[in-house]
Design a protein around this ligand. Structure first.
Ligand SMILES: [Zn+2]
Ligand SMILES: [Zn+2]
Length: 352
């Protein structure tokens, strides 16, 4: 098999030959058709996440060994089944759920694989989909996507369920409620579209770029504000009649987190999704006296992926924009994401 691997942090990915694994036990060997390029791939490629004043979280310190193959937004066909695998047939195409736990700890046993401390996530802990074959531990992680575009289906495995899972945490809300979406890149825009399909709440989109705010409007935002304005806190509070009822921060920088806390209304809810990094100084008193509920949200569950696919299959969800490119150009796609020059749409690597 061929795999595009990180051989040195931040350097161009190398195309390597490797032995195609033979599936054991319940494992399923998949032949990759397409794989989305995610912003978190850029951090892993560079070898660290920025923790602001707390330094850097280095992939090497977390046990990642090179060469390593990125890729967690995978659509693939079944190539071979292990002797105990069942429920899927060779040649069928599936979305591969990548956020896989160890399968044996208490968290995994209770079905909460995202809480597993020994995760086997594809493209993050185990080799992922920037390769023509991927080994999946169990057929239960394969989700059919009949009636949907293959490249759009890829994006549901990470960006789709990340937005969906964050929205689920704030509930459906009321028609009179304001939901503030900070950050209108691919994730934020996707969240606006999903929110419009599942919630009657009004949406305020906030970003530093007027061009992205135009996209937010087109996606269904009821109001938009540019956060580079000096009086952005009072503008958000005025627009929402005292502050958003819920804010989802898809940037996750020190600045955007502080903005979410400063603008939240009493009893408001904040969900942090973005992995931008950095840090901020906050007065705990603001959280106490405003009775804020602050929660982190990271990717989503297998059930979230099934629910999101079902929602998309009803036709209520406009498809996200994707940009198909040959998988050999993965480094180019990572650089474009890093520099913010990738154009409007998720890069989706194509195999064969
Ligand atoms: Zn991702
Ligand atoms: Zn586990």
């Amino acid at each position: 098999m061929k795999k595009l691997a990180i051989t040195q942090w931040g350097e161009p990915l190398q195309l390597l030959d490797a032995e195609t694994p033979a599936p054991q036990g319940r494992e399923v060997l998949m032949k990759t058709q397409a794989c989305g390029v995610c912003h978190s791939d850029v951090h892993v490629w560079e070898g660290y996440f920025d923790l602001g004043s707390k330094g850097k979280m280095r992939m090497a310190d977390r046990g990642m060994k090179l060469p390593f193959t990125l890729g967690h937004e995978i659509v693939a066909t079944v190539a071979a089944l292990g002797p105990e695998a069942s429920g899927v047939a060779v040649g069928q195409s599936y979305i591969v759920y990548p956020w896989i736990g160890c399968g044996t700890c208490a968290a995994c046993a209770s079905g909460d694989e995202l809480m597993c401390l020994q995760a086997r996530s594809l493209g993050l802990r185990c080799d992922g989909g920037y390769a023509d074959h991927v080994l999946v531990p169990d057929a239960k992680y394969l989700v059919p996507y009949d009636g949907l575009s293959r490249d759009v289906a890829c994006t549901y495995a990470c960006s789709g369920i990340t937005a969906y899972s964050a929205l689920k945490k704030i509930g459906t809300r009321k028609e009179s409620d304001w939901l503030c979406i900070i950050g209108c890149g691919g994730l934020g825009i996707g969240a606006i579209r999903i929110a419009k399909a599942i919630s009657p709440a009004r949406i305020l989109a906030v970003d530093v770029s007027d061009a992205r705010l135009d996209l937010a409007k087109a996606a269904g935002a009821d109001a938009v504000l540019n956060s580079t304005k000096a009086d952005i806190v009072s503008q958000i509070q005025a627009q929402t009649g005292g502050g958003p009822h819920a804010t989802i921060d898809f940037v996750g920088s020190g600045e955007t987190f502080a903005l979410a806390v400063d603008t939240a209304r009493r009893g408001g809810q904040i969900v942090i999704v973005g992995l931008f990094g950095g840090s901020t100084t906050l007065a705990p008193l603001a959280i106490t006296t405003k009775l804020l509920r602050i929660e982190g949200s990271y990717v989503g569950t297998l059930q979230d992926l099934k629910d999101l696919v079902a929602l998309a299959q009803t036709g209520k969800l406009p498809p996200v924009a994707t940009i198909a490119m040959p998988y050999e150009r993965a480094t180019e796609a990572l650089n474009a994401l890093k520099q913010g020059t990738g154009g409007e749409g998720r890069a989706v690597l194509q195999f064969s």
